[in-house]
Design a protein around this ligand. Structure first.
Ligand code: ATP
Length: 343
């Protein structure tokens, strides 16, 4: 019947439109998938090509350039830290002379406040990448800034892993500075473990060329005590046994729940290549810091100012008043006070 036919025709034409629309959708989906696939293939090709080039030519240094000036700058500007110069230069030389190192370089800086840990780490990165701390291959991490909430540790673990992996994929020569390790949530640090050893695989990059530096006050007390014992035995700080100090620091940070390395596999598995102890600074070291700072600020070096600034800083232990409680940390801020006051 005509009406039926009309209904039928209507439904048929509606069905045809729906079928056509479905066909259009499938075609669009197919086209989009093909486009995505070819884009992914192109990206993959590029990545694989880069990976291939990196593995054959070692040509993925991302602007990394270790100059000869670090040792000299350390000798001229770093005060009272014989072990730092020695350990740092030994670690770097051994690591950088290998075209294909078997594991990343892992160093750990320990010492009480104001002894030069941050000072040395920023000097070091300036000698590795011309832009220093501003280089996009130098990555600073501070648990206080990046991971402030203890209740999110599990999420932080994932974030930290992806952050390191992403940066390493981007540049195998990346430098990671982990500051304030003593504020790190317990257990979090072990997420980094696989990246520090010899057997991790990060495709498309040679992650074994990376440098990891851990910085903390943990172990500072042990360093101070050992330096004090030496002084009481009428011996010079240059005579400190690095082995004894390393053992004392490793034990202290492993056993201290507040150290960030508490019960950490990083210590147990001996993944730290160089423990770098920063010794407490004496009165004459502080004076040298004052002189350096005056020169740096383009101010006249007046002996009166040097003495006043060094005398104004608190020293420990109570009886001998031997070491500066704040190292050279407050020197710069004190200079303006004494310099302009004494003029
Ligand atoms: N051994 C040193 N030789 C020369 N200058 C130093 C030394 N130690 C500290 N200073 C001076 O004091 C400033 C503060 O030191 P720095 O920030 O490196 O201390 P830190 O050990 O990192 O302390 P904190 O543990 O509190 O972070 C430096 O910028 C530098 O000017």
């Amino acid at each position: 019947r005509p009406a039926d036919r009309a209904v039928h025709a209507g439904s048929c034409s509606a069905g045809g439109a729906a079928a056509a629309a479905a066909m259009c959708r499938s075609a669009a989906v197919l086209a989009l998938s093909l486009a995505l696939l070819s884009a992914a293939a192109a990206a993959w090709d590029l990545w694989a090509l880069r990976a291939l080039r990196c593995s054959f030519t070692e040509d993925c240094e991302c602007g990394f350039a270790f100059g000869a000036g670090l040792e000299c700058e350390l000798a001229v500007t770093l005060v009272g830290q014989p072990l730092v110069r020695q350990q740092l230069m030994k670690g770097l030389r051994r690591f950088l002379e290998k075209r294909s190192p078997e594991k990343p370089l892992v160093m750990s800086f320990h010492g009480s406040t104001g002894t030069g840990k941050t000072f040395v780490s920023s000097m070091l990165v300036r000698h590795l990448f011309p832009e220093g701390l501003r280089s996009r291959h130098v990555h600073q991490f501070s648990p206080i800034v990046h991971f402030p909430h203890a209740e999110h540790v599990e999420r932080y673990k994932e974030n930290l892993k992806h952050w390191i992996q992403g940066n390493l994929t981007n540049c195998g020569r990346s430098v990671f500075l982990f500051e304030e390790m003593d504020k790190m949530h317990p257990g979090l640090i072990d997420v980094i473990m696989p990246f520090l050893g010899p057997s991790w695989v990060v495709y498309g990059t040679n992650y074994r060329k990376a440098i990891f530096i851990f910085i903390s006050n943990a172990g500072g007390e042990q360093i101070n005590e050992m330096t004090l014992d030496l002084w009481r035995a009428h011996r010079d700080r240059e005579e400190i046994s690095l082995q004894d100090m390393e053992a004392a620091i490793s034990k202290a940070v492993f056993e201290n729940p507040q150290s960030g390395f508490w019960k950490s596999g990083i210590i147990n598995e001996h993944l730290i290549d160089f423990v770098v102890p920063f010794l407490p600074l004496k009165h004459h070291h502080v004076k040298q810091c004052v002189i350096n700072e005056l020169v740096q600020q383009g101010l006249e070096v007046r002996q009166g100012v040097v003495q006043e600034v060094a005398d104004s800083i608190p020293y420990f232990p109570e009886e001998e008043k031997l070491f500066s409680s704040t190292g050279c940390k407050t020197v710069a801020s004190r200079i303006s006070f004494f310099f302009y006051d004494l003029i």
